[in-house]
Design a protein around this ligand. Sequence first.
Ligand code: NAD
Length: 261
Amino acid sequence: MAEFDGRSLYITGGASGIGRAVVDSFLKEGAYVTILDRSKDGLAAIKEQYGEQVICIEGDVTHFEDHEKAVYQAVETFGRLDVFIANAGVFDGFAKFENVTAEAMNDAYELLMNINVKGYFNGAKASLHELKKTKGNIIFTVSGAGFYPDGGGVWYTASKHAQIGLMRQLAFELAPDVRVNAVSPGGTLTSLNVITPLRPFVKEIDNDTKAKSIKTRNPLRIAMNADDHVGPYLLLASSKSRAITGEAISSDGGLAIRGLS
Ligand code: NAD
């Protein structure tokens, strides 16, 4: 896709997992990439590998000014902004409504909704004026949990539904200047499923068990990894999809059509 040569992409959560795979794929297509992430080590590794083709900003998606800084630096350095991908997200694991105290649920609400919903809003808001100049694109990383109950907890499902609502509203409001779409990955082997103090409810599962469970659940029987999802991002960012807006493409091995089986 030579059309990405010299184009400029801004992505949140690009230092690991699905975001990192997307970063690699756009850089291979000749794009410049600006990343906002809170992982210092992940950002340092990308900077070392790609040098001046990338700008790495350590920050927090819940802070609007961090997005403003990223957009400013992208335009200052690369001269334009063509695509914004809202991707940084957290998972509340298995915080079942009935089993968790109201206090713990309230804390999880603050964490999940701030990062997963306000973080997406902030990035779109800070990028908009530049995207309008290039007739650019916004792409959200959502999830099957944005459409149906999932293995995650209530706030993950609620936040992913909210992301899809926000994506559709923006698609409606920003047409005809900017297209807004989403990619909906199915369960994927990334660090999202590893326990940390920020993900108190995640059950730690080793990678082999997780891969087996992912493979067994989806009809295509794929143990999906981050690289399996890059195609839809490239498609949605390209002029080949110029008639698509307000849409979420599932990249989930057929999970969405599994029904109740
Ligand atoms: P990941 O943990 O590997 O990557 C998430 C990245 O976001 C990390 O680099 C992390 O440092 C960054 N991040 C988190 N909170 C941040 C904050 N407040 N500010 C800045 N950066 C922050 O996980 P992943 O699986 O690649 O997740 C990426 C997206 O994919 C998320 O939106 C997630 O909900 C979605 N998703 C993942 C799966 C899956 O099974 N892994 C399935 C469907 C959707």
